[in-house]
Design a protein around this ligand. Sequence first.
Ligand code: ATP
Ligand code: MG
Length: 332
Amino acid sequence: MGKLCTGIDIGADAVKFAVCKDGKLLRREKASLPDNVLREGVIVSPAALGQFLKEAVKTLKLKRGACALVLPAAAAFFRRSVMPAMTAENLKLNLPYEFRDYITEERSKYVFDYALLGMERNEAGEPVSMDVMAAAALRETIENYREILKYAGFTLRIAVPEEIAYSNLLRAFEAEHPSQERREYCILDLGHSATRLYFFTGCAHEATQLIDYGCATLDSAIAETYNVDVHMAASYKLANYENALEAESCKSFYAKLAIDLMQALNFYNYNNPENALRDIYFCGGGAQIAPLREAICERISLATHDIAELMPQAEMQEPASPFPAAYGVTLQ
Ligand SMILES: Nc1ncnc2c1ncn2[C@@H]1O[C@H](COP(=O)(O)OP(=O)(O)OP(=O)(O)O)[C@@H](O)[C@H]1O
Ligand SMILES: [Mg+2]
C-alpha cells in the first residue's frame, strides 16, 4: 500500500494505531478504552466507540483518511484449507462452503476473502490443488465498523482477522530475511481479555489457540489484594505501585497462565508431531510485565523473543509494544 494508512487494532483494553507508509511504521499510538464500549470483542455502543475514536484522532493528532482494521476473533471467521485448483472466480464462489460449519445466517449476509499460500502442481506442471487462508465476516459487522470509523474521519480500506495481520508481518519479515530452511513461529499475544497463541510455518497459519483469560484477571487479583477497584488496580499494575506485581496473588496468576501456556504448546506438539517449532514471540501489553514473562520462560522450552524482532524498523524497536497486528494489517 503506497499511501499513508493507519492500522487500527481495537482491543478490550486499548485501541492501537499504527501509522504506516510503504510498509514503514511511522508512528504508533495507543488510547485506553473506557468501559462499556466493548464486551468480549463485540461492540456494545457503536456511538460511544465512534466518539472515542474521534477524540483519540484529535488528541493524538492522527491523520484522517485510509485505515486498515484488525478484526477481533468475535467479528470474523478464519480458516486454512487445501482446495482443488480453480480460478479466482470459482474460488470466490466456493469459499462459502468452506465456512458452512461456522456461519449461521444465509450466505449473502457474509463477505469472504482469501490469500493464496501455494499451488500444488502435477508432473506436467498443471495446478492440482491450492493452499488458501480464507476469512469470512458478516457484511453488517464490516459496515458497522465502516460507519464508526467514518465518524472518526477514517475510510476503511481493509478489514482482516488477526491471523492475516500476523501472516503479513511474517511474509514481510521472511522477504527481508530470506532463509533456505522452513521457519516456524509461535506468536504469543498476552492480551487483556484473553491470551492467544498463533502458530505459523513461514507466513502460513497453522493453528490458533485461545486461553480465555488475560491480564484483566491480573487486575482483579490486584484489586482483591489491595482492596481497590479494577481501574485503580490497573494503574497499580502499570506503575508497579507498591511493588504490586510481586504480590502473592499476582505470582499465582503468572504461574497459572504459564502452566496453561505450557499445556497449549504441548497440545500443539501432540497434534503436529512433525513440527520444528523453536521460537516464540511475545506481544500484547502483558509482554511488558517482567515477572509474567519470567514465569512463562521458566515453564516453556522455546527460545523467547520480542515481536519487535519480526518488525522491520530498527528505530522503532525500543522496549515498548510495537502493536504488531495494527502494523501487519497495513501490509495487506
Ligand atoms: N507497560 C505495561 N505494564 C504492565 N501492563 C501493561 C503495560 N502495557 C499494557 N499492559 C496491560 O497489558 C494488558 C494487555 O494489553 P493489550 O493492549 O495487549 O490488550 P488489548 O489488546 O486491549 O486486549 P485484547 O487483546 O484482549 O482485546 C492490559 O491489561 C494492559 O493494561
Ligand atoms: Mg489485543
